[in-house]
Design a protein around this ligand. Structure first.
Ligand code: C5P
Length: 233
């Protein structure tokens, strides 16, 4: 069984997808982490964000997601890059390189293979896949599809509360407001780029359940997805 969870940054996808997978004992696939690793490879190699550069780079790249006790670890050519891909700069890089067709083709193939291999080895299990194009492109036949949304302000606040992503603990109300403005602007810019690209833009699949998480708790989000899984099982 495949559960697809898509939506913009900060909509609660990652936490929801990870917890649903934990509750079911299934595989969790964080596809954004893959695009982040590719973005890092472009930056490390000083490549321009072009299709030609992508065609040269991607076939030789080794991007791996390794589920671990503290969450998914991401390896790029054998190096653990988990911490380095969680910066605002890495978010921006990921969004830019993910618009390139050769990058998407390679990552989609990896995602399908990972899910296929897992289900082949765990016939009663399933995969919870999180991203932007999972229900539309990667697994259009997914058994359960969710599209998570939330107000920009709520999403920016969540990002800021996450130390690894937001600017380091701003001091005082003015600094908090300035940091919030910055995160809000970064999220809006990334959404705009993800929604407007030609290949696999961020959008809800026609058969996805749209869930507005602005006023929901994580538990409520997790329960909504688990209910949908129970209904189709
Ligand atoms: O989900 P996360 O914020 O880690 O994703 C980082 C970036 O990777 C997104 O802004 C988006 O541009 C890209 N992405 C994508 N398709 C996916 C997952 C992520 O284009 N399935």
């Amino acid at each position: 069984m495949i559960v697809a969870i898509d939506g913009p940054a900060g909509s609660g996808k990652s936490t929801t997808a990870r917890r649903v997978a934990e509750r079911l004992g299934w595989l969790y696939l964080d596809t954004g982490a893959m695009y982040r690793a590719v973005g890092l490879a472009f930056r490390e190699q000083g490549l321009p964000v072009t299709e030609a550069a992508a065609s040269g780079l991607v076939p030789g790249l080794d991007v791996r997601l390794e589920p671990g006790p503290g969450g998914t670890r991401v390896a790029l050519d054998g190096d653990d890059v988990t911490d380095r891909i969680r910066t605002p700069e890495a978010s921006r890089d990921a969004s830019r390189v993910s618009a390139l067709a050769p990058v998407r083709a390679a990552m989609v193939a990896l995602q399908r293979r990972a899910a296929h291999d897992y289900v082949a080895a765990h016939p009663d299990g399933g995969v919870v896949v999180e991203g932007r194009d999972i229900g539309t492109v990667v697994f259009p036949g997914a058994d359960v599809k969710f599209f998570l949304v939330a107000d920009l302000d709520a999403r920016a606040r969540r990002r800021l509360a996450d130390d690894a992503v937001g600017p380091a603990s701003p001091d005082g109300p003015d600094a908090v407001a300035a940091a919030l403005d910055q995160v809000r602007a970064e999220l809006a810019e990334r959404d705009r780029r993800d929604e407007s690209r030609d290949v696999a833009p961020l959008k809800a699949a026609p058969d996805a359940v749209t869930l507005d998480t602005t006023a929901l708790t994580i538990d409520q989000q997790v329960e909504s997805v688990l209910d949908a899984v129970r209904r189709v099982r």
